[in-house]
Design a protein around this ligand. Structure first.
Ligand code: SAH
Length: 343
């Protein structure tokens, strides 16, 4: 198994080189490419327009991917959670959501095993940090979801386990593959970060056409550093001004994510302070109702608090959406991904 050529993640040129080296025509590479990226077949035997000899060769010398689906759970609302086993035996999770009346299928994928950022309210943070995912491991999550369900993923959010901007090159590389090979538009891809200033500046210099979402979660420095250790290093005001520079350079609005937690950051005063802090930032706000879990002492806000918070932000001129809770019954809801590593 070890030295087999891994197909998913390779570009057409790399596939052609592999096929040519094995006395196959370039045309066969294009066929394999289409089967993998546009049809996400489960096995080489499903590549029905390849001659038997080519399929046998592939089975002998190549493997589709090194990641495998270890477990899959389906929620009452249709949300699916996938547990992937990676090459080294560690685990990562992804979630697939369908939004009502829409042809949209959104996959929420992981970029790290565990996470080093230590946000006090987050389930993944409790795992600690193990390692960055390799680029193929990021890409294969989408391939496997499509192969398993037979459905086409239309939107990707980098909001699974880990901090995407800490795995910068593989993040950018995987987005390129999703755009070019899986044909998922840049505007249908969102990257969520806890706010790493140097990397946000780096993103601004790239031709990054996807959406940047920022996990702000607090109305000021004092409150933010209590729940997000990263805020001790990258200060609130500097983060906001970095984001303003980012929107100026890219011409693109950012999404401000704000997880509402009862008696932590959900008061009228918090809403007013937040509205003030982001008044000059070209942004939409995405309010996330805290997803409780038994290992956490944080609580979700009351319905009234949510509505009031939303109202106050809207009154300040912001477009505000409330993120629906999805897959709560299978621990797939936002911020609940916490697959244990194999010992
Ligand atoms: N590291 C990235 C992506 C992580 S997860 C980031 O920080 O943005 C995606 C979102 O889920 C983040 O906004 C995160 O703060 C939020 N989140 C974490 N735990 C949560 C919980 N229990 N309920 C709701 N959202 C949560």
């Amino acid at each position: 198994m070890e030295n087999k050529f891994e197909i998913v993640g390779k570009n057409l040129n790399e596939l052609e080189q592999f096929m040519l080296a094995n006395d196959q025509s370039k045309f066969r590479a294009k066929q394999v490419y289409n089967w993998v990226y546009l049809k996400s077949v489960k096995a080489f035997d499903d590549m029905t327009d390849l001659p038997l000899s080519a399929r046998e060769l592939l089975k002998e010398k190549a493997q589709l991917c090194s990641v495998s689906i270890r477990d899959k759970q389906v929620s009452k609302d249709g949300t699916m959670k996938f547990l992937f086993e990676l090459k080294d035996g560690s685990f990562a999770e992804a979630v697939l959501m369908r939004f009502d009346n829409r042809a949209n299928l959104t996959a929420c994928i992981s970029t790290q095993v565990g996470c080093p950022m230590g946000c006090t309210f987050c389930a993944t943070a409790k795992l600690g940090f193990v390692r960055n995912l390799e680029i193929d491991e990021i890409i294969q999550q989408i391939f496997l979801i499509q192969a398993d369900t037979g459905l086409k993923v239309t939107n990707i959010v980098y909001m699974g386990q880990g901090e995407p901007l800490l795995n910068f090159d593989n993040l950018i590389g995987s987005i390129k593959v999703f755009r070019e090979h899986f044909q998922i538009g840049a505007r249908r891809i969102t990257v969520s970060t806890c706010g790493l200033i140097p990397q946000i500046n780096k993103l601004a210099e790239l031709d990054f056409q996807s959406t940047l979402a920022i996990s702000l979660h607090a109305p000021n420095q004092e409150k933010r550093q209590e729940i997000m250790p990263v805020a001790k290093k990258y200060k609130y005001d500097e983060l906001i001004s970095t984001l303003r520079k980012y929107t100026d350079t890219t011409g693109r609005r950012v999404t401000v994510e704000y997880v509402l937690m009862r008696d932590v950051n959900d008061s009228v005063d918090d809403a007013k302070q937040l509205a003030h802090a982001i008044a000059k930032l070209k942004s939409n706000v995405n309010l996330i109702v805290y997803n409780q879990n038994e290992k956490s002492s944080y609580k979700k806000p009351t319905k009234e608090a949510i509505q009031k918070f939303k109202y106050l932000l809207e009154a300040s001129g912001k477009k505000v959406t409330i993120r629906l809770e999805r897959g709560a019954d299978i621990d797939a809801a936002c911020g609940q991904l916490s697959a244990k590593m194999k010992k």
